[in-house]
Design a protein around this ligand. Sequence first.
Ligand code: NAI
Length: 440
Amino acid sequence: MRGVFNLAKMGFEKISRMEIHSLVTEGKKRLSWAESNMPVLASIRQRFENEKPLQGINIGVALHLEKKTGILLRTLVAGGAHLSAASCNPLTTDDSIAGALAEEMDVFAWANQTEAEYYNCLESVIASKPQITIDDGCDLIYLLHTKHAEALDNVIGGCEETTTGILRLEAMHSDGVLKVPVMAVNNAHSKYLFDNRYGTGQSVIEGILSATNTLIAGKTVVVVGYGWCGRGIANRLKGLGAKVIVIESATTNKGSSSGYHRALEASYDGCWVMSMKDAASHGDIFITATGNKHVISGEHFSQMKDGAVLANSGHFNHEIDLDALESKSESKETILTNVEKYAMKNGKNIILLAQGRLVNLAQPTGQGHPIEIMDGSFGVQALCVEYLAKRGDDLKSGVYNVPIEIDNDVARIALESQGIILDKPTDEQEKYTKTWKEGT
Ligand code: NAI
């Protein structure tokens, strides 16, 4: 009965019990398939079942609710936690997964929500009095700080999944408003080196292809941003036969390579590098991956070819200036699921995918990152939640790097699951790498 109750709360009261049954059955199959390909979480879950490190802890979640996320949530429940979960984006919930998970935990999410529904669902998670939060994009923590400061007293700490979320948290911390410790899961090597690069690289292309069913080979694709996601996308596109143009920004980032370095890297990787203004008239497909705002804007739309396709892979739907696109258009029409045609006043058409939201996750054409990739990222999440449960009370507010032991453990388990065992350094090598005396 618990599942049906939750499904009603999720807005499924309008569909029959039969339809709910088949939705939930499909969700369970998808969860089983994901589970069978997630060895890192399987190993953590086995330990959690024995040790119950999260016994009785309320965890509030705002993550893209699809099958891989479901396995993370099950792992946390196995550790003894009570879970309340919403999505971190109005378009990205897989209803079958939300339905199946609602039998096991409180779920407040469904596909294609309005902005108001999306925020109501986050409010429902906050009403569960979370002690640990898991965010992808920082919306839950932000809402806690701006509208529910009283609920922060319960919060031991949080975990943040993505680059944009970390940037928001760092800004909150430097403005002195962040009141809890948050683990920067995104910044673990086991996360960004694989998830942002290989995960986004593959799934963004998959999302574009499954929405449009068009060819990549021979096309000119403009990738905006050559960070971890942009590198992954651009290099996979080259493998599929695209001519790739990269756009970077003249930025001087603190603590990581700057836009200048990334542009140079793109050039050495064999991409053309130019300004957006110069690239606008060349691209057949444009993909934004910057975490920044309006990187494709009014003047660019006017220069684009008839039929140019726009897709976004950055966290928020403002990388493409949608208001400017609307104002330069006479009409728009949904021509396929997640495909809208804008008839421009200059007589040309522009095709926008997934309303400018994450093209690799927008349901039903985006399946998100490959399962094995999310196994690593969510392995880091599960271990960081355990770390907060054990150590969170000792931590001051701030943004924390993932402990190196957790980061190494996840990579080691992932390697072992592929049957790869690394050579251990010999005593002689250990000694040699620590000495400064021996030369030549
Ligand atoms: P990053 O910080 O490594 O790279 C962003 C790059 O964009 C930087 O090189 C920066 O110089 C460049 N950039 C910024 N403003 C620009 C502009 N106006 N024009 C051209 N380039 C510009 O970030 P990362 O990890 O690649 O993430 C990018 C975005 O993707 C973030 O919003 C992140 O949250 C999101 N993300 C999305 C995923 C997905 O599944 N679609 C997965 C992981 C991250």
